[in-house]
Ligand binder design. Structure first.
Ligand SMILES: Cc1ncc(COP(=O)(O)O)c(C=O)c1O
Length: 395
């Protein structure tokens, strides 16, 4: 049956688990910063598949890498060496503070690996300490351990009891973190900018203070760079803004330009996982890693971190001008192309659906907050277009 003649929304209602409140649009194609629905309407995509399509949709470098690799070797196992995996490992290690990497398939899985590494490190070096301190309003994934690490009780409730071993304390409150540290603590895990809860920036003094505290106490510092990494905030990795280095960090989202992938990386000093400790059937597979190599090389070749800093600053400026014009905008914040604004009223979901009907894709992280995490390749013209649409909708 032809595409447009199927009732896709009815099929979803009938067959899919009721886990998503989807917007009423069936997307069938994407190119650059735009996507098209089944009726041929185009949309400016300021969400990029939730911070995934860093090079935009169907970037030629990613399409070519996937196409070539698909004709050569799609999957084998980690029982053998494969070339895209090791090329991507080299690229990420040579361009970061890490010494070793493990590839997974998603952000949650990357964080699970980091948690396992921290726990084993605690067994070996801190008398069996296993507890990890995280922050309120953080987001680390949907598996049971990463959900327990996520400092948002609303996500825990239906699945209680949560796995033991996580304590969440107020973000940007160093004293709270110090007070929560005990003999059973092995690590601290934070986002440099909290994304899912609405783009909340970690304070410079706080992040530097946490690094110092971890050094003093002999704790591992894990940064979850799943949303902030790969140039999104204006640096290749967001912690580079603060002149500090974590012991462990995690990546996913944009790492393979839209193909599922995740990774956790560590310093040699805490690289404690050995044969049999961890594994993955699909993690580090040739197809995803070939897409990853193409994506990361393009990020560097096109200097997309610096571009993200420039366009992000422009977006903040335009949104602040909008704030001066519309009293309903409460606060504007962001770093690079990770941008959000709060409304004084609980109308963010309404604004998102009205924007969609005008050809603009936005994301509401809550009743009052709009988030934009667009492809890093957008220019000022796309920012102008998005801001003009929002302006008209708020008028
Ligand atoms: C900071 C952060 N960590 C982890 C995750 C989980 O990633 P995934 O959905 O790929 O499991 C997300 C997803 O939004 C995230 O933003």
């Amino acid at each position: 049956m032809a595409l447009a003649t199927r009732h896709w929304q009815e099929l979803e209602q009938k067959y899919y688990m009721r886990t998503f409140n989807r917007l009423p649009v069936v997307l069938v194609r994407g190119e650059g910063a735009r996507v098209w629905d089944e009726e041929g309407r185009s949309y400016l995509d300021m969400v990029a598949g939730l911070a995934v399509n860093v090079l935009g949709h169907c970037h030629p470098a990613v399409v070519e890498a996937i196409t070539k690799q698909a004709g050569r070797l799609i999957h084998t196992t980690n029982l053998y060496y494969t070339t895209p995996q090791l090329e991507l490992a080299e690229l990420l290690i040579e361009n970061s503070c890490a010494d070793r990497i493990f590839f997974a398939n998603s952000g949650a899985e990357a964080n699970e690996g980091a948690i396992k590494l921290a726990r084993k490190w605690g067994h070996l070096h801190r008398n069996g300490a296993y507890r990890i301190i995280t922050a309120t309003n953080s987001f680390h994934g949907r598996t049971l351990a990463t959900l327990a690490a996520t400092g948002q009780p609303k996500y825990h409730k239906p699945f209680a009891p949560m796995p033991d071993g996580f304590t969440s304390v107020e973000f940007n409150d160093l004293d709270a973190l110090k007070a929560a540290t005990g003999p059973d603590t092995c690590a601290v895990m934070l986002e440099v900018v909290q994304g899912e809860s609405g783009v909340h920036l970690g304070d410079h003094d706080y992040l530097v203070g946490v690094r110092r505290w971890c050094d003093e106490q002999g704790l591992l510092l894990i940064f979850d760079e799943i949303q902030t990494g790969l140039g999104r905030t204006g640096k290749f990795l967001a912690f580079e803004h603060h002149g500090i280095e974590p012991d462990v960090f995690t990546l996913a989202k944009g790492l393979a330009g839209g193909v599922p992938i995740g990774a956790f990386l560590s310093k040699e000093s805490c690289s404690v996982l050995t044969a049999g400790d961890h594994g993955s059937t699909f993690g580090g597979g040739p197809l995803a890693c070939a897409a990853g190599v193409a994506t990361v090389k393009t990020i560097f070749a096109e200097n997309l971190a610096a571009h993200s800093a420039e366009i992000g600053a422009y977006a903040l400026e335009k949104l602040r001008a909008l704030q001066a014009k519309h009293d309903v905008i409460d606060q504007v914040r962001g770093l690079g192309l990770m941008v959000a604004f709060d409304l004084k009223t609980e109308t963010a979901p309404k604004l998102v659906s009205e924007a969609l009907s005008r050809g603009l894709i936005l994301n509401a992280t809550g009743p009052r907050t709009i988030r934009m995490v667009p492809p890093l390749i957008i220019g000022k013209a796309e920012v102008d277009e998005a801001v003009e649409t929002i302006d008209r909708l708020l008028a």
